[in-house]
Design a protein. Structure first.
Length: 380
């Protein structure tokens, strides 16, 4: 029986997702015994003598040094420190940043902002990818981060109503050019901005569309308005970490600097905080939101006309002026873009993607996909 120490803060959804992924691997092995411990348990005299390996979110120097002294196989699932010799695994933060940028670009935003924690690896990587993807389209991005690198109290213990930098964060947020699309390093940062918006009379999502990361159900669904968020696939990271730890215990790797293993993020879950398009008139913006909400249904142009409460001529004229295409073709383009995104992630079958984009049969979906993209959905 392998005894595994988990040094993972689990008061938030990401940490709990990691533990679930690790536990799933351990249950399949049937020879893993998992124990949750705290950083304090391993500081000073080493208390890991009875353990065969460690999976940890290493956020501070003291924990990093303590684990190095214990000379056990260690998998780091935070990847804040380089050159430790530990095996590292993390969400692909570059893909997270790109996903956020492409989502906002599709909605037609012209003004963008990023709010994170400067000096924290995952936040910096997400920021850089978000800014770079926008730059490819000729867009600038306002960036905010703490003036000095945060300690572990900021990373794990800060709360939505007590940011370390409330005045500076409020000043920065109020100076943005509205309407703007704001991507935040995590749900905590996004909730802090939501609170500032509510206190400042900034309408979310009409003035500021706010997107977080972690998809923490408690934080996202109990906020006002409910928060859109990217699922970082913590379960997949935890499972990968467990697999890598098993390999390290079977054949201990040499201590050397190596890049982290990266796991693809999950989906972007849209809620009310980003359910807006920065267009006029208001009925046209609501029509686009109506299409977004019903992309998984066989929605038609007639449905959009009914929801708009306008004549079919007026609706068609506005869509052609904005997008150079009819309502029906716009709906199809949104379905095809969503289908391509789902297929690129590689987690769903063609049949499942067809259902997720409102097609009644996989055959009709495949014909539509080929006609739109000039290739089969099975081709990558």
């Amino acid at each position: 029986m392998k005894k595994i120490a988990l040094v993972i803060e689990n008061s938030r959804e990401y940490g709990r997702g990691l533990v679930r992924g690790i536990a799933a691997f351990g249950q399949e092995r049937r020879d893993w015994l998992l124990r949750l411990i705290t950083p304090a348990d391993i500081e000073g005299a080493c208390s890991l003598d009875g353990y065969d390996g460690v999976i940890a979110r290493i956020a501070d120097t003291r924990t990093c040094q303590a684990l190095a002294r214990c000379r056990k196989p260690v998998v780091d699932v935070f990847s804040h420190f380089e050159g430790t010799g530990f095996v590292r695994v993390e969400t692909d933060h570059t893909r997270v940043g790109r996903l956020a940028a492409e989502y906002f670009l599709t909605k037609g935003y012209e003004s963008f902002a990023y709010c994170g924690f400067s000096g924290t690896a995952y936040s910096d990587t997400r920021r850089d990818a978000f800014v770079a993807r926008l730059a490819q389209e000729g867009r600038d991005c306002a960036v905010y981060g703490l003036d000095e690198p945060p300690d572990d109290s900021v990373v794990f213990n800060e709360t939505p109503d007590s940011p370390k930098d409330p005045r500076a964060l409020t000043r920065w947020f109020r100076t943005l050019k509205f309407p703007t699309a704001v991507f935040c390093a995590n749900d905590l940062r996004a909730l802090q901005l939501l609170q500032i918006a509510n206190e400042s009379g900034i309408d979310v999502p009409r003035d500021a569309a706010i997107l977080g990361v972690d998809n923490d159900a408690l934080l996202c669904t109990f906020s006002t308005p409910p928060l859109s968020s990217i699922d970082p696939n913590a379960f997949g990271v935890g499972r990968a970490a467990a697999r890598l730890l098993q390999a390290a215990m079977d054949d201990p790797p040499r201590k050397k600097s190596r890049p982290p293993f990266r796991v693809a993020p999950g989906e972007l879950i849209e809620r009310a905080s980003t359910e807006h398009h920065p267009v006029t008139p208001a009925w046209f913006a609501e029509s686009l939101v109506h299409i977004d909400r019903n992309i998984s249904r066989p929605i038609s142009a007639a449905d959009v006309v009914d929801a708009a409460g306008k004549s079919s001529t007026a609706v068609e004229k506005r869509f052609r002026a904005a997008f150079g295409m009819s309502v029906g073709k716009y709906i199809l383009s949104m379905k095809m873009k969503e289908a391509a995104r789902l297929l690129s992630e590689g987690r769903l079958s063609v049949k499942e993607v067809a259902a997720r984009t409102g097609f009644n049969s996989p055959q009709y979906f495949c014909r539509s996909f080929r006609a739109y993209f000039g290739r089969s959905p099975l081709e990558r």
